[in-house]
Design a protein around this ligand. Structure first.
Ligand SMILES: [Zn+2]
Length: 174
């Protein structure tokens, strides 16, 4: 028997009533938990550089790619990556979507701007080394694959060392 068949036969089915009654995906109490995590060497440096308004990757001498976000290990060549390398804050839209839902899964209201997340290949990085970010400051229907974009950064004093230190990417060449 396939795993999927076994799951179908033995799994507990969830009804709409279970969801409405709060039996599924609900937290009734607020647990007093504190979390901490380590970003690791590569992502830690990536976030620290974002705070300074720079995007950094890691070069692999074997496949000649610059991995962005940086990794200490090249998954293609099965070897440690080499030197740190800055890439540009400009790039090309590889693909994008016009989202009709907000981040909290609520529907975008009439007149409200649709979210337009995109996969952006950064200049100076390897082919298909892309990050995901928002395109803004343009009518969503005017966004096209292949357009050149540039990062719009938060002011230095507002940056926190996060990918959101880039507010969005704007189209610079249609
Ligand atoms: Zn490689």
């Amino acid at each position: 028997m396939l795993d999927a068949d076994l799951v179908a036969k033995t799994a507990t089915k969830i009804s709409l009533k279970d969801i409405q009654d709060g039996k599924v995906l609900s937290v009734k109490d607020k647990p007093n938990l504190k979390y901490a995590w380590d970003n690791g060497v590569a992502i830690g440096r990536y976030l620290a550089e974002l705070k300074e308004g720079r995007i950094i990757g890691k070069r692999c001498h074997s496949c000649k790619r610059v991995l962005v976000p940086p990794r200490l290990f090249c998954e293609l060549c099965w070897r440690p990556t080499d030197e740190w390398t800055y890439v540009q804050d400009t790039g090309t839209i590889l693909t994008f979507v016009i989202s009709h839902v907000n981040w909290d899964a609520s529907r975008v209201k009439k007149g409200q701007r649709h979210h337009t997340p995109a996969v952006i290949e950064l200049d100076g990085a390897g082919k298909d080394q892309a990050i995901m970010h928002l395109i803004d400051d343009i009518d969503p229907k005017d966004i096209k694959i292949g357009q050149k974009v540039q990062a719009v950064w938060k002011k230095p004093e507002e940056r926190t060392g996060a990918i959101t230190d880039i507010k969005y990417f704007k189209v610079i060449k249609k």
